[in-house]
Design a protein around this ligand. Structure first.
Ligand code: RTP
Length: 149
């Protein structure tokens, strides 16, 4: 099973509601490594680029408004199969359909305020990491690595 990287973003509602620590804690406790993180507000054009695949959807305008409505936490997490497993930790897009125990299942009710984003494929993770971290990511390895693998 390959070591992967995924892009995780705590959306503006998650930041405003004080869920940053909760999200980080869940990924850390699972055994994934935080490789990069920043709190930033993004421009409309940047949010449109991130969600370009959804530009034809009727909710696109509202989605972009939502993402630019406050700061977000952009993160890169690393580990075995972290892309698909990260999506499991995040939960279904519609929080009412998301299982309890997932982040959306535990902390959200509205699809338009669903707290968190997670890359849906290794290829999209690569693109999103390049978009959000054009400065690159510092090399390091956790001292706990051998206790998890
Ligand atoms: P994300 O990209 O944010 O991780 O979400 P996702 O893969 O689970 O879902 P996706 O279909 O890519 O949708 C992106 C975000 O758009 C908002 N959305 N609103 N019907 C609606 O009003 C609707 N559908 C989607 C959600 O914030 C979703 O996370």
């Amino acid at each position: 099973m390959a070591t992967e990287q995924t892009f995780i973003m705590i959306k503006p509602d998650g930041v405003q509601r004080g869920l940053i620590g909760e999200v980080i804690s869940r990924f850390e406790k699972k055994g994934f490594y935080l490789r990069a993180m920043k709190l930033i507000s993004v421009e409309r054009s940047f949010a449109e680029k991130h969600y370009a695949d959804l530009s034809s959807k009727p909710f696109f305008g509202g989605l972009v408004e939502y993402i630019v409505s406050g700061p977000v936490v952009a993160m890169v997490w690393e580990g075995k199969q972290v892309v698909s497993t990260g999506r499991k930790l995040v939960g279904a897009t519609n929080p009412l359909a998301a299982e309890p125990g997932t982040i959306r299942g535990d902390f959200a009710v509205d699809i338009g305020r669903n707290v968190i984003h997670g890359s849906d494929s290794v290829e999209n993770a690569r693109k999103e990491i390049a978009l959000w971290f054009p400065e690159g990511i510092a090399e390091w390895k956790s001292a706990q690595h051998s206790w998890i693998y």
